[in-house]
Design a protein around this ligand. Structure first.
Ligand SMILES: C[S@@+](CC[C@H](N)C(=O)[O-])C[C@H]1O[C@@H](n2cnc3c(N)ncnc32)[C@H](O)[C@@H]1O
Ligand code: SF4
Length: 454
């Protein structure tokens, strides 16, 4: 990656877990009733064929990591567990009543916060409560995020017994100085232990999340982290660029200042070193920030064009309907998005009124649906094409001008009324998506909303 390219393309940009991105949702054309209507439509079109996905947000963590951009509530009080599980089950019961027919669940993802903050008993009650109103798809994919410091053998065994076969562990970086700065002490042997248990129990996909660009992180830290990671042979790796989002509240008391964060050339070196090592060790880039061994199902989905991306990240196959349960979760009916309230107290209050706790959303226009396809193609296959009617839109000529500049910079090549992202262009896939993002082009955000693209 050339330094000049970084200088040119390192701008604030969305991570495209949705299109339109949340700041561009048009709340005027959205309402509670529209959400219900599009939810039912999507359910009727997809439940019998592909089933639905559930994302369940479990927001509690015992200790604050000061780099974290997730929606979380820090507490050591475990009395919060049961009321929260009851509330999520109530939300699910409301959804089931609206849907009318028993849903078939293809995917469940427990994210957070820290799902393993909860006791095995509470997680069991949660999953059994969900499944008591639903059918499990034959080929279901259940996954969860585990914190290596508090995932127990019992958690792994219980969730396995409930049908979970995928787990991802937050690793970030093994260096003591980085861990101290981000307030996350996590020895290698904790990660090794949970990885070993998960494999022994029979999990078929074990993932590790690592981050480049953390405060005080140096090239040798990335090398050491990847060497240690390699020794545990996770099936997948997320190699995230540290998203510095200081405007997310609750990240106080951090052990670093803005000048301690590697930038530009320094950050580029961290990325290049990491990516090179991952390639050397047979991890293949299957999408933005994501790598997998050839034996992992995500790799096969990438190869066969089935890879999908939504608010849960990447998944092996597409479902039209994804319901997000829990505080701050986002649901996607394909035709519209809806987000739950972010404060736990508000979430409880609205459920008391027997209402879905959504507070905003977006109804996709015909134009949004076309652009969304291009962005998904780029994010999941590193290529897209506008050769047929369903993928053509009027602004293509303007987009082409911008793409030509990217072609000159070696980020992509044109082929058959479409583009393919080159190896050099992969780190800039967010910038390439931005060329298609008509909403962003029409109106630049007024305040800082997105992290830098590189
Ligand atoms: C919900 S956490 C994973 C589960 C558990 N809470 C843990 O920390 O182990 C999700 C992942 O998001 C990533 N993440 C969080 N904040 C980030 C940020 N600001 N920049 C990049 N990645 C971030 C981390 O890699 C983290 O492991
Ligand atoms: S990284 Fe994980 S454990 Fe740390 S604050 Fe964020 S969600 Fe909680």
């Amino acid at each position: 990656m050339k330094n000049s390219l970084i200088q040119k393309y390192n701008v604030p940009g969305p991570r495209y877990t949705s299109y339109p991105t949340v700041p561009y949702w048009n709340e005027t054309d959205f309402s509670y009733d529209i959400w219900i209507e599009t939810l039912k439509k999507s359910f009727a079109e997809s439940n019998d064929s592909e089933g639905i996905s559930l994302y369940i947000h479990l927001p509690f963590c015992e200790s604050l990591c000061t780099f974290c951009g997730c929606n979380k509530r820090i507490t050591k009080n475990h009395d919060v567990e049961s009321p929260y599980i009851e509330a999520v089950l109530k939300e699910w019961a409301l959804y089931c009543k609206i849907l009318g027919e028993k849903p078939t669940i293809k995917e469940i993802h427990l994210g957070g916060g820290t799902p393993t903050f909860f006791s095995t008993k509470n997680l069991e009650d949660l999953i059994n409560g969900i499944l008591s109103h639903a059918n499990k798809a034959k080929e279901h994919e259940f996954s969860f995020e585990g914190h290596p410091n508090n995932t127990t053998h019992a958690h792994l065994q219980k969730l396995y017994d409930l049908g979970f076969r995928r787990v991802s562990f937050g690793v970030q970086d093994y260096s003591a100085k980085v861990q101290k700065a981000i307030h996350r002490e996590q020895p290698f042997h904790n990660v090794a232990k949970v990885t070993f248990w998960a494999r022994e129990i029979g999990y078929t996909s074990i993932g590790h999340d690592i981050i480049f660009g953390l405060p005080f992180q140096e090239v040798e830290d990335v090398v050491d982290t990847i060497e240690k990671t390699k020794s545990l042979q996770p099936d997948r790796l997320a190699f995230y660029s540290y998203a510095h989002v200081p405007w997310i509240k609750g990240n106080g008391q951090r052990g670093f200042n803005d000048e301690d964060i590697p930038k530009d050339e320094q950050k580029r070196q961290l990325y290049e070193t990491g990516k090179h090592l991952l390639y050397e060790n047979d991890y293949h880039e299957i999408g933005m920030d994501h790598f997998a061994l050839k034996t992992d199902s995500l790799f096969e989905s990438f190869e066969t064009g089935k890879l999908h991306r939504n608010f849960m990240g990447y998944s092996s196959s597409k479902t039209k309907l994804m319901i997000g349960l829990g505080v701050s979760s986002i649901s996607d009916s394909w035709y519209s998005f809806a987000q739950n309230v972010k404060k736990i107290e508000d979430y409880y209050q609205i459920l008391e009124w027997n209402k879905l706790p959504i507070f905003r959303g977006h109804l996709l226009t015909d134009e949004d649906l076309v652009i969304r396809k291009h962005i998904l193609n780029l994010m999941c296959q590193f290529e897209t094409s506008w050769s047929d009617k369903s993928t053509y839109f009027d602004e293509i000529p303007t987009v082409l001008n911008q793409l030509k500049e990217m072609e000159n910079d070696g980020l992509l090549i044109f082929k058959n009324e479409g583009i393919q992202v080159t190896e050099a262009g992969k780190p800039f896939v967010r910038n390439i998506c931005m060329a298609f993002d008509l909403l962003l082009k029409r109106k630049a955000p007024e305040t800082a909303l997105f992290s830098m693209t590189v």
